[in-house]
Design a protein around this ligand. Structure first.
Ligand code: PGA
Length: 253
């Protein structure tokens, strides 16, 4: 954990969830609210179709609701897209940008991710900027090069620690059950911190760097205890309230 920062446990529902899933959000809120103090902030990023209802369910609770992507423009002729202003209007507080599934499925480049992060700030949202190498890149010894390039190209100028989160998600660890060694996670998080701190000064020293990729109830405490890990971005295991709450318990345990 970085001294002086409040860790964040964030869920990413991806393309999952309908009205029937709102009960899981209700259960997460109840579980969080049963704690007298929470050592972390908690966020669930849900599909656009659920933001408004999820935010309604989570109102008055310790859970914030976020979105999974946004368009970089405020409005216009972009059929099917949703702007940062629209998701803020629906009740989102944060938005994930540059998730590897967006980079792969939709060809999103660092420049697009950077524009989306700036759009998030424009709309008053926190931008959760994702980076991470593929298995081939790691095996070729290029993981740091790849992540360093993503960091410099995806984070806009003017970054502030209270409206930005970096998520390191090795592509090969997402949804696979594979997790890098603790040493590899610690090394990559320390590596990411360096250019953030040198480019943005204190803001870069304080920005939260989350780990994501196959975080589960059984490994969360171990991962959150790794130096320089300021919380997690949780995919599959955030879909069930009991699992997500168990992962939250891993902070500070
Ligand atoms: P996972 O996904 O926890 O299911 O591996 C993480 C993510 O894609 O954010």
């Amino acid at each position: 954990m970085t001294p002086g920062v409040t860790p964040l446990v964030a869920g990413n529902w991806k393309m999952n969830g309908t009205a029937a899933s709102l009960d899981e959000i209700r259960d997460v809120c109840a579980g969080l609210d049963a704690e007298s103090t929470l050592p972390h902030e908690t966020l669930l990023c849900v599909p656009s179709t659920l933001i408004e209802r999820a935010a309604g369910v989570a109102a008055e609770s310790a859970l914030a609701i976020g979105a999974e992507d946004c368009h970089e423009k405020e409005s216009g002729a972009h059929t099917g897209d949703v702007s940062a202003e629209m998701i803020a209007d629906a009740g989102a507080k944060s938005v994930i940008v540059g998730h590897s599934e967006r980079r792969t499925d939709h060809g999103e480049t660092d420049a697009i991710v950077q524009a989306k992060a700036a759009a998030a700030w424009r709309a008053g949202l926190t931008a959760i900027i994702c980076v991470g190498e593929t298995r081939e890149e790691r095996e070729a010894g290029k993981a740091q090069d790849v992540v360093g390039t993503q960091i410099s190209g995806s984070v806009p100028d003017g970054m502030k620690a209270d409206t930005t989160v970096i998520a390191y998600e090795p592509v090969w660890a997402i949804g696979t059950g594979l997790v890098p060694s603790s040493d590899d996670i610690a090394a990559m998080h320390a590596f990411i911190r360096e250019p953030m701190a040198s480019r943005f000064g204190e803001e870069g020293s304080l920005v939260r760097i989350l780990y994501g990729g196959s975080v589960k109830p059984g490994n969360a405490a171990e991962i959150f205890a790794i130096p320089h890990v300021d919380g997690g971005l949780i995919g599959g295991a955030s879909l069930k309230a009991a699992d997500f709450l168990a992962i939250c318990e891993g902070i500070g345990s």
